[in-house]
Ligand binder design. Structure first.
Ligand code: ADP
Ligand code: MG
Length: 272
C-alpha cells in the first residue's frame, strides 16, 4: 500500500466533518424490473454507526438495494427509513405516499452515495466539486463552503490539490474527492457502491484507507465491495445477497470463515 494519505484523527482540521450516524431500517423491500424480481422481501436493519458490507454475485441486487436507501430507486413494496424518517415517502392514512421532489431532495441529503465511477463534475475544480452542494442547498456561504472543502481535501489526503480539475487527478485521487464531496453534506449514512472497482490496482489502497478512516468516525456505512480482505477488516457485519435475497449475514468471521449456507460457501470460496 502507498504511504499514508490521511491526517491523524487528532489533527483533523476543524470543520472537516465528523459524522453522527443514523439507523437504517430496510423493511420487507421488494422490487421488480419488467416482471423480473430483483429484490425479494429484503429486511435489514443497520444500527447507527454500524459498518455493513454487502457481498454477492453480480446481478444479485446489491446496487439496487443500496440505491433504495437514498431513494435513487423506488420500491414496489416495503419501506426504508433513515433515522426514523422515510426517505422518499410519507405515511398518510396508513399508506406510503411519494413526497414532492423538493422534500425528497431534502431528506436525501442525509444519505451520501459514492459511486464506482466518481461522477465528479469535469468542468469544476476539486474544491468546487465539494463546495457546490452545500452552497446550492444554502447551507453555507461560498466562502465557508470553500474553506470547508479545503479542510475535507486535507482529510482525504489531498491538501494542495484543490484547484485541479478531475482530469488532472488520478482515479484514486478523483474517488477521494468524491468521498470528500459526499462528506461535505455531513451525511448520517454513507453508501459506497464498489468504490474501488474502476481503479487500477495500485490506486485501490489509498481509497480504502480513506473509507477505513470514515468507518471509524460514527457515520453509518453500507458498502458494496469485492475487496473481501477489506470487508473482513472494516465491517461490523457482512451480508451475503444472492438472487435478490439475503441468504446469510453475520460477523466477517462467521460469513467468510464459517458460512452455514451452501450458496455462501460457494461464493466465498470463489472470491477468497
Ligand atoms: P448487483 O449490484 O448485485 O450486480 P443490481 O442491483 O445492479 O445487481 O441488479 C440486479 C438485477 O436487476 C440485475 O439482473 C440487473 O440486470 C437488474 N437491473 C438493475 N437495474 C435495472 C434497470 N434499471 N432496469 C432493468 N433491470 C435492472
Ligand atoms: Mg452493482
Amino acid at each position: 500500500m502507498s504511504a499514508p494519505v490521511l491526517q491523524p484523527r487528532s489533527s483533523a482540521p476543524a470543520g472537516a466533518g465528523r459524522g453522527t450516524g443514523a439507523e437504517v431500517v430496510i423493511d420487507a423491500v421488494s422490487k421488480s424490473y419488467s416482471g423480473t424480481q430483483v429484490l425479494n422481501d429484503v429486511s435489514l436493519t443497520v444500527a447507527a454507526g454500524e459498518v455493513v458490507t454487502l457481498i454477492g454475485p453480480s446481478g444479485s441486487g446489491k446496487s439496487t438495494l443500496l440505491r433504495t436507501v437514498n431513494h435513487l430507486e423506488t420500491v414496489d413494496s416495503g419501506s426504508v427509513t433513515v433515522g426514523g424518517e422515510y426517505i422518499g415517502y410519507a405515511l398518510r392514512g396508513g399508506a406510503l405516499h411519494e413526497l414532492p421532489e423538493r422534500e425528497v431532495l431534502r431528506r436525501r441529503t442525509k444519505v451520501g452515495l459514492v459511486f464506482q465511477h466518481f461522477n465528479l463534475f469535469p468542468h469544476l475544480t476539486a474544491v468546487e466539486n465539494i463546495a457546490i452542494a452545500p452552497v446550492s442547498l444554502k447551507r453555507l456561504s461560498q466562502a465557508e463552503a470553500t474553506e470547508r472543502a479545503r479542510a475535507l481535501l486535507a482529510r482525504v489526503g489531498l491538501e494542495g490539490h484543490g484547484d485541479k480539475f478531475p482530469r488532472q487527478l488520478s482515479g484514486g485521487q478523483q474517488q477521494r474527492v468524491a468521498i470528500a464531496r459526499a462528506l461535505a453534506l455531513e451525511p448520517e449514512v454513507l453508501l459506497f457502491d464498489e468504490p474501488t472497482s474502476a481503479l487500477d490496482p495500485e490506486l485501490v489502497g489509498e481509497v480504502l484507507e480513506v473509507i477505513r478512516e470514515v468507518a471509524g468516525d460514527g457515520t453509518t456505512l453500507l458498502i458494496v465491495t469485492h475487496e473481501i480482505g477489506f470487508a473482513r477488516e472494516v465491517s461490523d457485519r457482512i451480508v451475503f445477497l444472492d438472487g435478490g435475497e439475503i441468504v446469510e449475514q453475520g460477523t466477517p468471521e462467521q460469513i467468510l470463515s464459517h458460512p452455514t449456507q451452501q450458496r455462501t460457501r460457494d461464493f466465498v470460496s470463489r472470491v477468497l
